[in-house]
Each structure stands twice: as C-alpha cells, then as structure tokens.
Design a protein. Structure first.
Lengths: 457, 315
C-alpha cells in the first residue's frame, strides 16, 4: 500500500501539484485514519492534505481519477488467496489442453504461454502490473520512451521464452500456435495501453517543462496560432512569478542616518535643540509605467504578450497606462482592463493595428495629449522595431519624454545586428534611452519587465 | 467493520453540524473529521459569504466548546494576538511594594549583596500573574480545549503568518521570560481567507486546505431549508434556481450563500409563495451589492424567473 501511495505522490507531482515530504507524511497519516474502502473519502482526503490551491485541487482530482483506473501492482498479492484459487481451477484444465496438444510440449511451455492460453484476464493484468513495476514504469518521462518501456515490460514477463514456445508449437500444433499468436497480440496492445497511461500520469510535468522551455525561447513574433493559448498561459505564470517576487511588503527603514535637514526644521521651536529626531527613510515607489506599443505587423504579437504581462502585474505596479500605435496613437488602458485579453487585442488591432508604422507621428500624438502622464516616477517603455518607413522620426519628442521621466526603456524585438539598418531609426533613438534591449522571446520579456520593476525596489 | 468506521464518523460529523444548522458537504465533513484525527488546523478559502466563519461557530456549538476568535487586520501584532505584559499592574505593584522592597534590601551589607537579592526578586514581576493573554494564548490555556478561529488571515501582514507557525504546528508558544507554553488540550484551529493575497507556503503546509465554493443546487436548497424554516418548497426551489442562474452572469460580486439566506428571509417576510419578475426586481438589491451588477442582471430577470418556474415543474 505504501508503495502505491508513493507512486500516487509521484503522479501528483507530475500533474503539477507540489507535494513536499512533510505533506506526503500528512497524507499518509490521514489515509491511515480514513482507510481505503471509500474512494470518495480517499479522494477528499488527498485533496485536503496535498493540494493547496484551487488549481492544484483540480489537477489532483484529475490525477486521482486517472491513477485509480490503472490496476495496482499490489492487488494480486493482496488478493493472492483468490488468485491462488483461480490457478488451482485452471490447472485441471491445462492437462486436458495439453492432452490435445501433446503432453511433452505442455510440460516444456513457459509460464507466460500457459497464462495466455488459459485466458485468465485477472492473472494477465496482474502480471502486467507486476512487470511494469519491476521495469519501474513510473520513471517514464517522455513519449519517445514508450517503445523502451513496452519492451522492458514484455521482457520482464518472459517474452523470450514465449517466442521459443511459439516456434516449437508451430511445428507440433499450428492451431494452438495461432491462438497463442493472437493472445500475444492482445498482450502487446494491453502493454501499450498501460505504458501510454503511465506516460500521461508521470510524464506530464516533464513534457510540460520541455514544452515551456521551448516556448520560452521561441521568437514571439513567429509562434503558431495553436501555441498562442499556451503562450498566454506561460505569460500568466511569468506574471505570477514576478508578483510573488516583487509584491512583498515594502518595509520602511526605521533606523539609519539622521535626516539633518528635517530634524533642524522640526526643532526650530526649541532653538534647534534636537528634541525630536527625524531619520532618513528610503522611499520606495511602486512602479508607474507608461507603455507605448507598436502594434504594426511583425511587432504586434510581442506587444500583445507584453501588454498582457504588464497588465497582470496589478499587485506590483500601481499605475499602468498603455498606448498602442502604428500610424497614429491611442490610449488602450481601458480596453485592456475591461475585456478578456483576446477580445481586447482584437479591438485594439481593429482601431490602430496593422497599419504601416509612423513613429514620428505617434510620438507627436502622445506629446500633444498625454505628456502629462509622464512624471519623475514614471518608467516609459517603448516597444517596437523603430522602423518608421523613412518618415520623420521626431527624436526630439523622445528626448523630451526621456527628460520628463525616471527612465526610458526601449524594447526591440529585432536582433542587435539589425538595428540601424534599412529604415530602422534605432541608433538615433537609442541616444535618449536609458536602456535598449532586445526582446523577442518570453524569457527576454520576463527579464526586461523584471529589471524594470526591480529598479523600484 | 474497522474500515467502515471512518465513513460512519464522517457522517456523524455531518449530522452534528446539521443539528447546529450548518449543512456541510461531504468534503467539509471529511476535513473536520481529519483535523480532529491528525490534529491539524484547517485553512478555509473561498469567496465571501459561503460560511467559512459559520463553520467554526458550528463546530464549537456542536462539540460544546468555547470559541475564541481572532480577527486579523493589517498591522496586527504579537501584543494584540498573543500576549502582553500588564505594564500598569507591574508599575502599580512596584509602587505598593516600595516599602517592602526597602526592607528586603535594607538587610544587605554591600551593593553586591543587594543586587543579588534584587535578582531573585526581579522574576516576580515577569511571572504569569503579569501576562495579559490575548486570543492565541487564551486558546492554548483552555483546560477543556476550544475552537480557535483566526479570521481573514489574508488581511494580516506576512510577518504575522510566521508568528502563527509555531502555534499551528506544535500548539505551543514561546514567551522569552516564561518559557514555552503548550496547549493543555490542542485546540481545533480554523483559519479563513478570502484570497486577498497569496498565503505563504509554510503556513499552507501546516494546514489542511479546504476550499468552499458556491454550493450545488441541492445542497443550497437544504441550507435554505435549515436556515429559513418558514419557506415553502416551491419558493425555495425557484429561489435557489434563480440564484444559480444569476451566478452564471459576469458580475462584480456574485451573490453568496449568505445573500441567498437574506433574500429568502426577505421573501418570506413579504409573504411570497412564488417567484415573480416584479418582486424579484424590487428586492434585487438584497442579492446584488453593486449598482452596475443590478443593472447587468435586470434584463435577465424575466427569463431567469421563467426558467426557475419551469425547473420547478419538472424537477
């Protein structure tokens, strides 16, 4: 039983539920109190002791249902008296069979052949379960390992011997050999099913990690439509991670350096004798962000994910105003706040998207209407490839934005080598930016946003 | 026979809570049973008004224990949650005992001897007599055990969580001057959270994690039945059906079980026997707490009422 519970914990970890050793001990204690007879209660018990968020509860619930569909390897040994009886019953039959086939070969046949011919389903599935635990099937991680594990299980069950038996039988009793061949096919199918199921249970985490790893490093502008949903999920994970890291309560420093200026001022009434002291405090602002996002053609996808990320950082960032532009510039904060990401992006695209970009014109729009949004505490982030179709880049406006703001960060989806080539105005703009960095993948996006938030800590 | 015991015990919990007017789902009952068996706190999460606090009250009433409640808020600290020294009493006593003090110290020949005598005596003022127990310490000191409700833990600061860890895992607190105080009888601890912020893993690890969502239709009907006895079966069904439809809308704050009960009471007071569109529109403010939510729900009322009435016929 213990073995089974451990396998379940491993499967739970595979499903993305974080199970620490202490939690598994708790779960075992709890299980020992409620027993195993009532599956509903057992399920609730695991949900209560192992899963610590709603998402984890759902994942664990699914994992539980899947796990208990697979026959347990221990079952046959637990039910060994029953299994033994079965064997005894089938034994009297096999001599009859053997009598038809020829007694000499019956004695020589391997146990697997006997089992298959007797068509004892419970014995077969028990044997598969035992063989799969001997082949440590729960170590399976990737779908490419399916063949190896199937092979190992069949080896464990004695397929080698079965092949010899089959050759021998084919010469003596072709009909029986035929039966054995069909049974073997069935066995292979069964094993394949078991392995696939195990992959689903234990391999999920690895598969997900692998996929996420690939996704994190894929260029955002080139991901396929079917990956967009996964990407959104990944972005949400990133947002959660950033929130956890940066939303810790900001502690004010209580002691430290004397603030001479404030102390003198406060004690002016006593002729400057310092009755009340004032201490220097580190002021920590929450990030204020103004984001200007190019949503023309190739950059749109990156802007999409960037906006999604910035707007899911509520706990960390106190104030975000987002603007989107290609030919001209509009404010999109409200659209992003009030609508689900997909719809919001569609609406933004229909308003300003897919035009040919005019950085100069868009900056002029921004200066005319929204320059007031930029204060000394604001980080201005411009996301775009700086390809302005040879129109006037209006770098002077960018200079004024840079002067008003705390920082001006430019995120460019293009590689460094492409900056300044063709109609790219990147080198001209770069002079006024605090930082310019490449931002083409989810990983780069995470680092960029993380650095921006970190400057306020 | 032994394997049937837990099932029976869990049913006993369900019945016990039901007798106090708290209709628990199987999962809630299992959580209560397990927390008793393996002596672990229950962390209850879920939307406001689904009966997280009520659960603690019901457990206390069912087991005949005292309930001690600690309401959390931002800035809650050790002095208000755990214990505090009675400074005023300490001062008063030193004043009263001043003369006595002189007598005792008068016998000392040297300064050193006086200091020694003072040392023996200093401990008097930092003894149990001068400790003001706050809810957490009170809970540990109850001779017959109690139900300790730590309400809205998500409102407190992250530091306060760390303070709780010792109590939650070992049912003891360390007071530097006195040593460790262990619980006479481990209290049943219920923590509630509205998910305003994510709680630390250390805290979660020490608790059974119970999520109470909105109840299923049948369960909610039973809850209304137990809480609002005067209500007719027809009205009860229609009302719960209607609320389940309302919950499918995209609202700022979905109506919770507490709102269902309030609304049921209002309808009984108005002597309604059936749900009618007009009456629903008039009393919708009991159910929905935001103007924008009411506006969003109003156009749907007639459809939902008709649907609830139909359901009642076939259900």
């Amino acid at each position: 039983m213990k073995e089974n519970l451990h396998r379940f914990f491993r499967a739970a970890r595979g499903a993305g539920v974080r199970v620490s050793p202490a939690e598994s001990i708790d779960a075992m204690r709890a299980v020992s109190r409620v027993g195993l007879s009532d599956r509903g209660i057992l399920r609730d018990t695991f949900l209560l002791t192992l899963a610590k968020t709603e998402e984890e509860k759902q994942a664990l619930g699914e994992c539980f249902d899947l796990f208990f569909k697979i026959p347990e390897p221990e079952q046959p040994s637990q039910a060994s008296p029953a299994g033994g009886q079965d064997d005894e019953k089938s034994e009297p039959e096999s001599p009859q069979d053997a009598a038809g086939a020829g007694e000499r070969s019956a004695e020589n046949r391997g146990p697997l052949a006997e089992m298959l011919l007797s068509q004892d389903r419970s014995a077969i599935s028990a044997a598969i379960a035992n063989a799969s635990s001997a082949a440590s099937l729960s170590d399976i991680r990737y779908f490419t390992q399916r063949g190896i594990f199937s092979g190992r299980i069949l080896d464990q069950m004695g397929i080698q011997r079965l092949r010899d038996d089959l050759d021998e039988l084919a010469a003596i009793n072709p009909a029986l050999a035929e039966r054995l061949t069909t049974a073997l096919e069935q066995l292979r199918d069964n094993v394949r099913d078991i392995v696939s199921q195990a992959l689903l249970l234990y391999g999920r985490e690895e598969a997900e990690n692998l996929r996420n790893e690939i996704l994190r490093n894929a260029p955002l502008s080139q991901i396929e439509p079917r990956q967009v949903e996964q990407m959104r999920l990944l972005i949400r994970q990133i947002a959660r991670r950033l929130r956890e890291r940066y939303s810790k309560p900001r502690k004010r420093q209580r002691r430290g350096h004397l603030d001479v200026r404030r102390t003198l001022r406060r004690n002016a009434a006593w002729g400057g004798v310092p009755f009340l002291t004032a201490w220097k405090r580190r002021r920590r602002d929450r990030p204020k962000i103004v984001a200007l996002c190019d949503v023309s053609g190739s950059v749109a996808r990156v802007s999409d994910f960037f906006l999604l990320l910035i707007h899911s950082l509520h706990e960390v960032v106190s104030d975000v105003r987002s603007f989107a532009f290609s030919g001209h510039l509009i404010e999109v904060s409200d659209i992003l706040e009030s609508k689900p990401p997909q719809e919001a992006m569609q609406e933004i695209m229909s308003k300003v998207g897919f035009g040919s970009s005019d950085y100069g014109g868009s900056f002029a729009d921004f200066e005319k209407q929204w320059m007031g949004a930029v204060t000394q505490q604001t980080t201005v982030i411009v996301l775009g490839d700086a390809r302005s179709n040879n129109l006037d880049p209006r770098a002077d406006i960018l200079r004024r934005i840079a002067e008003r703001s705390k920082r001006l960060v430019w995120l460019n989806p293009e590689g460094r080598t492409a900056w300044g080539l063709g109609d790219s105005e990147m080198s001209r703009y770069a002079t006024f930016c605090t930082v310019v960095r490449q931002c083409a993948t989810a990983q780069q996006l995470e680092r960029a946003v993380s650095d921006i938030v970190a400057t306020y800590q | 026979v032994a394997e049937h015991r837990p099932v029976a015990a869990i049913e006993a919990v369900e019945n016990g809570l039901a007798a106090q007017g708290y209709i628990a789902s199987r999962q809630i009952a299992t959580a209560v049973y397990l927390s008793q068996q393996i002596e672990k706190p229950i962390l209850v999460e879920g939307p406001a008004g689904v009966g997280k606090t009520e659960l603690a009250k019901a457990i206390a009433a069912w087991r005949g224990l005292k309930m001690i409640r600690l309401q959390c808020y931002e800035g809650l600290d050790e002095a208000r949650a755990l214990y505090e020294w009675k400074y005023a009493k300490q001062l008063l006593y030193t004043q009263i005992l001043k003369d006595k003090l002189g007598e005792v110290l008068g016998g000392a020949e040297t300064l050193h001897a006086a200091l020694d005598q003072l040392h023996d005596f200093g401990d008097v003022f930092f003894s149990k007599e001068f400790v003001e127990p706050r809810p957490l310490l009170q809970a540990l000191e109850q001779p017959t055990g109690c139900v300790l409700l730590i309400d809205e833990i998500d409102k407190s600061d992250a530091e306060f969580e760390s303070l709780l860890l010792e109590i939650l895992s070992d049912f003891q607190v360390s007071i530097p001057e006195l040593g460790t105080v262990s619980a006479a009888v481990p209290p049943t601890v219920i923590l509630t959270s509205n998910g305003e912020r994510d709680l630390g893993d250390a805290l979660k690890r020490r608790c059974l994690h119970l999520h109470i969502g909105f109840p299923e239709q049948r369960l909610e009907e039973r809850i209304v039945e137990s809480r609002v006895p005067g209500i007719s079966q027809t009205l009860r069904r229609q009302l719960v059906g209607f609320i389940h439809d309302i919950r499918t809308l995209d609202l700022k704050k979905l109506p919770s079980v507490s709102e269902t009960i309030d609304w049921a009471r209002v309808l009984v007071l108005l002597q309604a026997s059936e749900l009618g569109p007009e009456m629903v529109k008039d009393t919708l403010n009991v159910l929905l707490k935001y103007e924008s939510d009411i506006e969003a729900a109003l156009p749907q009322v007639t459809t939902f009422v008709a649907k609830a009435a139909r359901q009642n016929v076939f259900g």
